[in-house]
Design a protein around this ligand. Structure first.
Ligand code: 13P
Ligand code: SF4
Length: 348
């Protein structure tokens, strides 16, 4: 399929053609093509099991961005949603970042535009802008610092008390952070995630009635009344760690994660808070599209350099607080300026 010189000899034209191929052959194609391109597959915790199985790294938004910033692969294939692949490109601009399906967007990210954010900033001069990573590169470029579900409290605590905060785009995460930090000066955007915001108390009551001893873990994108009933509020990777330590848990998040945990721990009682909590956007990625993406080096994520570099500043500030990235030394900066890249040169 791939000649010793790395030339593609039997790529099929469309993802639909790849859907005709057996799972084993798709996996073999992915393995061979990945090696030929020096590619890495990054997968979010909500991906289909077939994608999770071939991912080199699986994680939450923070872990994935740390991995994207650190990898020395030449090509990153991002199996998640658009803002996640964009984040990888922002942090690793010299690498080729691919998405198996460009339509895999995050509706929460579309709640706020750069123009609307600029307007809000003009109304609140002096406010710090904290932007959830579930946002576009243009919005990140208008922000002071980014955050994820796992470090939002820490990021907000890093802003001086006397400086008000604009928090976009998730109203539920904003409220959670306000309560955890005791700050009442956060101007929250009115965005939300349809998957988490649709989960209701009645569903939790029903799950609790069926499993009275089960602990409750909820993602901070969910509504306040659910967060108040949770034993723990945490990110998707936080939930995986929680599942490793407890035997009976009700999970207030996308149910793909729960299905995977159930398969991994068949002896434990793991229950989705809501059977309807499915992120259709995340599920657009399939094994067939992933194989097609690698064979055709499609769909490449591209962005304007001035947007990218301003967005990078906001993301790097977050990573400096959360680990996974340290500022380059003066020597590294000089090498970078001279066009010498100590890692990821792709010449190996
Ligand atoms: P995590 O960073 O917790 O994985 O959340 C990302 C997301 O989109 C949840 O809906
Ligand atoms: Fe976006 Fe919600 Fe899907 Fe996460 S679960 S990617 S926030 S739509």
């Amino acid at each position: 399929m791939i000649s010793p010189a790395g030339v593609l000899t039997d790529a099929l034209p469309t993802p639909l053609d790849y859907a005709e191929i057996s799972r084993e052959e798709l996996r073999e194609r992915i393995r061979a093509r990945k090696a030929a391109l020096n590619a890495v597959i990054l997968g979010h915790n909500y991906q289909r099991v077939e994608i999770q199985d071939v991912s080199d790294y699986l994680g939450d938004s923070l872990g994935l961005s740390q991995e994207a910033a650190a990898t020395d692969a030449d090509v990153i294939v991002f199996c998640g949603v658009h803002f996640m692949a964009e984040t990888a490109k922002i942090l690793s601009p010299r690498k080729t970042v691919l998405m198996p399906d460009l339509r895999a967007g995050c509706p929460m990210a579309d709640f706020v535009t750069a123009t609307a954010l600029k307007r809000l900033k003009a109304e609140h001069p002096g406010a710090a802008v904290v932007t959830y990573v579930n946002s576009t590169a243009e919005v990140k470029a208008e922000s002071d610092i980014c955050c994820t579900s796992s470090n939002a409290v820490k990021v907000v605590e890093s802003i001086p008390r006397e400086q008000p905060i604009i928090f976009v785009p998730d109203r539920n995460l904003a409220r959670y952070v306000m309560e955890r930090t005791g700050r009442d000066d956060i101007i929250a955007w009115d965005g939300y995630c349809y998957v988490h915001d649709d989960m209701v108390l009645e569903e939790l009551d029903r799950a609790k009635k069926a499993h009275p001893k089960a602990l409750v873990v909820v993602h901070p994108e969910a509504r306040r009344e659910l967060l108040e009933r949770a034993d723990v509020v945490t990110s998707t990777s936080g939930m995986v760690e929680y599942a490793e330590k407890h035997d009976a848990v009700i999970f207030g998040t996308e149910r793909g994660l729960v299905d995977r945990l159930k398969a991994r721990f068949p002896e434990k009682t793991f229950v989705p808070l809501s059977g309807a909590a499915v992120c259709g956007n995340m599920k657009l990625n399939t094994l067939a599209k992933l194989a097609w993406s690698l064979d055709h080096r499609q769909h490449e994520v591209v962005m304007d350099e001035s947007v990218r570099s301003r967005a990078e500043t906001a993301l790097r500030r977050m990573l400096e607080l959360s680990g996974g990235w340290t500022a380059p030394t003066e020597e590294e900066k000089a090498l970078e300026l001279a066009g010498v890249h100590p890692s990821g040169c792709g010449c190996a």
